[in-house]
Design a protein around this ligand. Structure first.
Ligand code: 26V
Length: 812
C-alpha cells in the first residue's frame, strides 16, 4: 500500500480549532456538535484538496486516458467515515476529537445522507466512483446537484407520504464551488443553416440560456493517492433571463420569474425509477447535464492538447443507462458546429468515445421522447438525431435490403418517437448488461437485431459493490475477524476473501460469527427502538426484504408467505419453527398505486400482529420508514436472510444481494440477475433457490399464465389470498386480491402465485437449517468467502480493460 498523507492527532486538533475560529468564530469548548462536524469535514476536505493537487500532476505526467462517467444519479451515502477510512486516519481523528470532548461515531450520525438517486443504478454509480479512486483510474463523474433528492418517506396509517429531502445546506460542506468553470446551456429557439462553400454555419436564435455552475465532490479511494471528482451541476439564470425593464418599473417578482424557471432544472430528482413519463423537465435536465459536462470535458481536453483529434484516445465517455444519451448528438454538435469537423470525422470520434450500460429490460423504462416536444426544446440536437437516423437507415438498408420490419425495429426515430436505447446502441462501441443472465436477455430479446448486426459490441460486466463501505465500514467486527483470520489484504484484493472458506467447519469461527451477528442485530434493534419505541426480538431470524417497491421485485410474494405463516401459527401456536422478524423497507414511486397498496398491506399485517402479544413473540413484521443508504449500512450486517425474489428474467442484476452476502446473510432467491452468479460462487448448498427459471417464465407466458389455477391447486395459497379479503387490522385488501386473481389486463403478471409453493418450502428449509448452528454458519462462511467476485473493484477493472481501454496510473 502506498503511504498516504500522515497527520497527527495534534495537527488534527489544531486544524479543527482553526476552522472553528475562521468559519464559526467559536472554540471547541463553545462549539455545537454541528459546528464541530462541519469543521471536521473542512479539515478532511483540505487533506483531499492537497492530495488532489498531487494526483493531478501524476495524471498529467501519465498522459493516460480518462473516464467520464455520466449519470443522472449518484446515490452516495455519507462521506465522513468512508473518507477517513480510505485515508487511514480514523484512529487519529477519533482520539483528537475525543480529547476535544466529542465522539467521532456521533459526528458520523450528524451527516445528512444525500439521496441523489432512486435505487440500484444510482448506488452502482457511487460504488464505481469509490473503486475508480481506489484503483487509481483518472475519472470524473458528472451529475446534477439536485436541491431536493429522492423524497423522504413517512408512513402514516400505513400510507406512504412523500416529504422533501432537504440535504443542503448541511451536506454542502463537502462541495467545492467552481464558479470559475461555469458554462452556458441553450434551449428552445430556432436554427438557420448557412451554407458557405462546402461548410454549413449553424445559427441558433431566440434561445433561452441557463448557466450550469459546477460543485465538485472529491472522491478518495482506499489506500490510494488518487482523488477523483464528482462534478454536480446547479442551474442558474443568466442576465438574459433577468428582465431589466420590468425590474426598473418596480416589478421585482416578474423580473425574477424567468430566473426561477431556469433554476427549476436542478430543483428535484425524478422519483419514479423504471417508468418513464416523457416529461419536458426531465428532458431539459438530461440535456443540461450532458451539455454542461461535455463543454467542461472538451475545454479541459483542448487546454491540454490543443486539438480534439486525439479525443477518443484520451477520453472514454460512459453513459449509465440512456438518461445521458443526449451526449451523443451533443458531442456531434460541438464537433460539427464549434470545431468544424466533417460529419464522418465527428461520428468517428463519437463512436470511439462513447459506451453504454443497460440497467433494465422493463419495457416501460425504455426511454422515448415525443418528436414534436423534442424539436421545440432542442432544435439543433433534433436535427442531428434526424441525420443520425437517416444514415443508420441507409446503412441498414444496405445490410438488409427490403427488411422493413428489422430496419424499423432498429431505427432511432419511429412512430414520432425518439428511442434513446437504439440511439445509444448505435453510437456506442460497447454495450454492456450488468449480469450474465441480463446480458443474455439483451442479446436474445431487447436488442436482438442490433446484436445480430454488431455482435462484437455486446458484452457482460457483472455489477459489484464498494466492499470496503459495505463490509469494512458497515460491519467493523466482521472486518476485524477477517483481518485476524485471513489477514487484511482482502480490503484491497477482494478475491482474497476466498481464503475464509477454510474456516467453514471451524466451530470457533462459527461462534465468533454468531456473536458478531448478535451484536449487529442488537445495534439495529437499538436504532429501531430509538426511532419507533418498538423493541425487536434479536433472537429471532431477521428475514429482510429491502429495495424499491415494485411489482416485479415481488414484495407481494413475501407478504403472501408471511400471511400463510401467520395462518399456520394461529392454528398451531407451538410450532417448532424459530421466531421470525420480517423486515421490509423501500420507497414506492409517488404515482405507482399498486406499489403503495403493497406498502399498505405490509403495514396492515404488521399492525395486526402488534396487537397479538403472544404471536408477536414468534413473528413480527416491520416496515422501516425512509429506507436509504445509511439504513442499509446498519441493517445488512444484522440480517440472516436476504430476500431476492424477483420474477426470473426481470431483475437486471441486483446489488443489494451482494451487500447481504458479504455480511453473512443467506439468500432466498430466484435464478434472476446476479443470483445466478452468486449461486455459482457459493455452491447450491449455500443458497436457497426456488421458483421458475427465466426460460420457464417465458414459456409459461407464451402458453398463457392463469393465476387462478395455482389458487385452486394449493390450499395454503388459497387461504393466504383469501385472507386479503378478510383483511388485516380492520382493513380489507380486495384490490390486491383482484390484482392477483382477476387483474386489469393479466392477473398477477409477475406470477407470484406460480412461485408461491416452492418459495414457502425453501423458506421453511432455511428456517430449519437456521436452528442447526454449525450447518448455518458453515453456509455463512461460504457466502462471505464467495463474495470477493462481487466487489466493484473487479467490475471497474473489467470496464477499464474491455470497454474504456484505460490504465491505472499507479499500476493497480
Ligand atoms: C428510470 C427512470 C425513468 C425516469 C425517471 C427517473 C428514472 C430513474 C431510473 C430509471 C431506470 C432505473 C434502472 C435501474 O435502477 N436498474 C437497476 O440497476 C441496478 C444496477 O445495475 C441493477 O442492479 C438492478 O437490477 C436494476 O433494476
Amino acid at each position: 500500500m502506498d503511504p498516504l498523507k500522515s497527520i497527527t492527532k495534534n495537527e488534527i486538533k489544531e486544524a479543527i480549532k482553526s476552522k472553528l475560529s475562521r468559519y464559526f468564530n467559536t472554540t471547541p469548548t463553545d462549539a455545537s456538535e454541528n459546528q464541530i462536524y462541519k469543521a471536521t469535514v473542512l479539515t478532511v476536505k483540505d487533506i483531499l484538496t492537497s492530495m488532489r493537487a498531487e494526483y493531478k500532476k501524476d495524471i498529467k505526467k501519465s498522459e493516460g486516458k480518462r473516464v467520464v462517467y455520466l449519470c443522472m444519479e449518484f446515490l452516495l451515502g455519507r462521506s465522513l467515515q468512508v473518507n477517513l477510512t480510505n485515508l487511514g486516519i480514523v484512529d487519529e481523528y477519533r482520539s483528537a476529537l475525543r480529547e476535544m470532548g466529542f465522539s467521532l461515531d456521533h459526528l458520523y450520525e450528524l451527516e445528512p445522507d444525500p439521496s441523489l438517486g432512486n435505487g440500484g443504478l444510482g448506488r452502482l454509480a457511487a460504488c464505481f466512483m469509490d473503486s475508480l479512486s481506489a484503483l487509481g483510474y483518472p475519472a470524473n463523474g458528472y451529475s446534477i446537484c439536485y436541491e431536493y433528492g429522492l423524497f423522504r418517506q413517512k408512513i402514516v396509517d400505513g400510507e406512504q407520504i412523500e416529504l422533501p429531502d432537504v440535504w443542503l445546506p448541511d451536506g454542502e460542506c463537502w462541495l467545492v464551488p467552481r464558479t470559475d468553470k461555469t458554462y452556458i446551456v441553450r434551449f428552445d429557439g430556432h436554427i438557420t443553416e448557412n451554407w458557405r462553400g462546402g461548410h454549413c454555419d449553424i445559427i441558433h436564435e431566440n434561445y433561452t440560456e441557463v448557466q450550469a455552475v459546477p460543485y465538485d465532490l472529491m472522491i478518495s479511494g482506499a489506500g490510494s493517492r488518487a482523488v477523483n471528482t464528482l462534478r454536480l451541476w446547479r442551474a442558474r439564470g443568466t442576465n438574459q433571463n433577468f428582465n431589466m425593464k420590468l425590474f426598473s418599473q418596480g416589478e421585482y417578482i416578474r423580473a425574477m420569474q424567468q430566473n426561477t424557471s431556469a433554476e427549476i432544472i436542478s430543483k428535484v430528482l425524478y422519483p419514479s425509477d423504471e417508468h418513464t413519463e416523457g416529461k419536458l423537465l426531465r428532458l431539459t435536465q438530461q440535456y443540461f447535464l450532458v451539455s454542461a459536462s461535455l463543454q467542461s470535458v472538451i475545454a479541459d481536453h483542448f487546454a491540454l492538447y490543443g486539438t480534439l483529434n486525439n479525443f477518443a484516445d484520451k477520453v472514454a465517455i460512459h453513459i449509465n443507462d440512456t438518461h445521458p444519451a443526449l451526449c451523443i448528438p451533443e458531442l456531434m454538435r460541438i464537433l460539427l458546429d464549434v470545431y468544424s469537423y466533417s460529419w464522418e470525422d465527428a461520428w468517428n470520434i463519437v463512436t470511439r468515445t462513447i459506451s453504454y450500460t443497460n440497467h433494465t429490460v422493463m419495457p416501460e423504462a425504455l426511454e422515448t421522447w415525443n418528436e414534436d416536444l423534442f424539436r421545440l426544446k432542442l432544435p439543433r440536437i433534433y436535427m442531428i438525431i434526424c441525420e443520425i437516423n437517416r444514415r443508420l437507415g441507409e446503412e441498414l438498408w444496405r445490410a438488409y435490403p427490403g427488411d422493413w420490419e428489422r430496419i424499423s425495429q432498429m431505427s432511432v426515430i419511429s412512430h414520432s418517437q425518439i428511442r434513446m436505447a437504439n440511439l445509444s446502441v448505435y453510437a456506442s462501441h460497447k454495450v454492456n448488461g450488468v449480469s450474465e443472465l441480463h446480458t443474455q436477455i439483451l442479446k436474445d430479446t431487447v436488442f436482438h437485431n442490433s446484436y445480430k448486426y454488431t455482435p462484437e459490441k455486446f458484452i457482460n460486466i457483472t455489477n459489484g459493490i464498494a466492499h470496503r463501505r459495505w463490509l469494512c465500514c458497515a460491519n467493523p467486527e466482521l472486518a476485524t475477524l477477517l483481518d485476524e483470520t485471513i489477514g487484511p489484504e482482502y480490503r484491497y484484493d477482494s478475491e482474497r476473501l476466498s481464503d475464509f472458506a477454510k474456516y467453514s467447519n471451524d466451530k470457533n469461527i462459527h461462534e465468533r460469527l454468531s456473536e458478531i451477528k448478535q451484536h449487529n442485530k442488537e445495534r439495529f434493534a437499538e436504532y429501531y427502538y430509538l426511532k419507533t419505541g418498538i423493541a425487536l426480538n434479536t433472537h429471532s431470524i431477521f428475514d429482510v426484504h429491502v429495495k424499491r417497491i415494485h411489482e416485479y421485485k415481488r414484495q407481494l410474494l413475501g407478504a403472501l408467505k408471511i400471511i400463510a405463516y401467520y395462518n399456520e401459527l394461529k392454528e398451531n401456536p407451538n410450532s417448532s419453527l424459530p421466531p421470525h422478524t420480517f423486515i421490509f423497507g423501500g420507497k414506492a414511486a409517488p404515482g405507482y398505486y399498486i406499489a403503495k397498496d403493497i406498502i399498505n398491506l405490509i403495514c396492515g399485517i404488521s399492525k395486526e400482529l402488534e396487537h397479538d402479544p403472544r404471536l408477536r413473540e414468534r413473528m413480527r413484521v416491520i416496515f422501516i420508514e425512509d429506507y436509504k443508504v445509511s439504513t442499509a449500512e446498519i441493517l445488512m450486517p444484522a440480517s440472516d436472510i436476504s430476500e431476492q425474489i424477483s420474477l426470473a428474467g426481470k431483475e437486471a442484476s441486483g446489488t443489494g444481494c451482494m451487500k447481504f452476502m458479504i455480511n453473512g446473510a443467506l439468500t432466498v432467491g430466484t435464478l434472476d440477475g446476479a443470483n445466478v452468479e452468486m449461486r455459482r460462487a457459493v455452491g447450491n448448498d449455500n443458497i436457497y433457490i426456488f421458483g421458475l427459471r427465466a426460460n420457464e417464465v417465458e414459456e409459461l407466458w407464451r402458453r398463457g399464465y392463469e393465476s387462478i389455477a395455482y389458487y385452486n391447486r394449493s390450499e395454503r395459497l388459497r387461504r393466504a389470498v383469501d385472507a386479503l379479503t378478510t383483511g388485516f387490522n380492520g382493513k380489507q385488501y380486495t384490490n390486491i386480491m383482484h390484482y392477483l386473481l382477476l387483474g386489469h389486463g393479466v392477473a398477477d403478471p409477475y406470477m407470484c402465485l406460480a412461485d408461491f409453493d416452492s418459495y414457502t418450502s425453501v423458506c421453511r428449509k432455511a428456517a430449519i437449517d437456521y436452528e442447526n448452528k454449525s450447518l448455518w454458519y458453515k453456509k455463512v462462511v461460504m457466502n462471505i468467502a464467495g463474495a470477493g467476485y462481487f466487489s466493484a473493484d473487479r467490475s471497474i477493472r473489467e470496464y477499464a480493460e474491455k470497454i474504456w481501454g484505460c490504465k491505472s496510473i499507479y499500476g493497480k
